[in-house]
Design a protein around this ligand. Structure first.
Ligand code: ADP
Ligand code: IPE
Length: 280
């Protein structure tokens, strides 16, 4: 399979006002689309965009407990099914907005919803819709996936985070880099709103997938996918399973550093967090 240049996650917290139902940060979306357009202009033609849900999806998922699904062995309730439909309507609305902005910046972007072709068992990916992504890339388009609901073999359904999707895509497409663009400058020693929190420039993953330095995290009550700790877990897996061949960078979408991180994989001290593999 031909290599991919960059897999980019546009975090729901970066694209939307996370606490206000279905509220887009239009300037941030424009900035994100301009970055993808520049990537293509710089010759990085095979890139995959994955975005999160933010306030398009998390509220509906939380209200209807879509992430927990139905107890094993019991049928889904009408309420659960309705919750899944409402969550999908909301997150696909955001997918339309993101894809539309990319196309208006000249990027040949095509939205691909994971629901249906990606499946889970006890919340773990059991089937990934890789063929569709590969075909779209091979035909010269930029696939735009998103965190979504998924049908689950054990619990009827669950929420599949964009971060988990990226972990699977990275192992299949082996990109030159994975970049997470979020609403804070990177990974902090403890939640960024805590006194004394410091931006961590570099996190090194040891042979046992241990992280140095360790960090403390927090998550919003209506976040249904685990917040920044899932992102870190994804980054650790990508870096350790590729034994450092795929670097992972995390930085703020609304920053000068974001464009450079995506285009070159380089970041200066204080600009974000680079996650790399321990070398003897
Ligand atoms: P995204 O929506 O971009 O995928 P998340 O909302 O899941 O990202 O995670 C980003 C949020 O995590 C930030 O808004 C930040 O406040 C929170 N957070 C909590 N702990 C940390 C930490 N140690 N470092 C960075 N962010 C953290
Ligand atoms: C969540 O996807 C998908 C939902 C339907 C709720 P993510 O986990 O990737 O979303 P963000 O980035 O945290 O908003």
């Amino acid at each position: 399979m031909a290599a991919v240049d960059c897999i980019l996650k546009l975090g729901g917290s970066a694209l939307t006002q996370k606490n206000q139902l279905e509220t887009l940060k239009a300037d941030s979306l424009q900035r994100a689309a301009a970055i993808v357009s520049k990537l293509r202009g710089a010759g990085e033609r095979r890139c995959i965009v994955v975005h999160g849900a933010g306030s398009f999806g998390h509220f509906q998922a939380k209200e209807n407990d879509v992430a927990s699904g139905a107890p094993a062995g019991s049928a889904a309730s009408d309420n659960l099914r309705r919750g899944l439909c409402l969550t999908r309507l909301s997150v696909t609305k955001l997918n339309h907005l993101v894809t539309e902005q990319l196309v208006s910046c000249g990027v040949p972007a095509v939205g691909i919803s994971p629901f249906g072709s990606w499946k889970t068992a006890c919340k773990n990916v059991s089937q990934a819709g890789i063929e569709a992504v590969k075909d779209v890339l091979d035909a010269g388009y930029v696939p735009v996936l998103h965190g979504d609901c998924a049908l689950d073999l054990e619990q009827h359904c669950c929420i599949l985070s964009g971060d988990t999707i990226i972990e699977v895509l990275a192992m299949k497409f082996f990109p030159r880099r994975v970049v997470f663009l979020t609403d804070v400058s990177g990974i902090y020693s403890c939640p960024p709103d805590t006194p004394g929190a410091q931006l961590v420039d570099s996190i090194v993953i040891g042979p046992d997938e241990n992280m140095e330095p360790p960090v403390l995290t927090s998550v919003l009550p209506h976040d249904t996918t685990g917040g920044v700790s899932l992102k870190l877990q994804t980054a650790v897996k990508i870096v350790s399973q590729s034994r450092g061949a795929i670097p992972v960078l995390i930085c703020k979408l609304d920053s000068e550093a974001a464009e450079r991180a995506c285009l070159t994989g380089e970041m200066n001290g204080g600009e974000g967090t680079k996650i790399s593999f321990f070398e003897r």
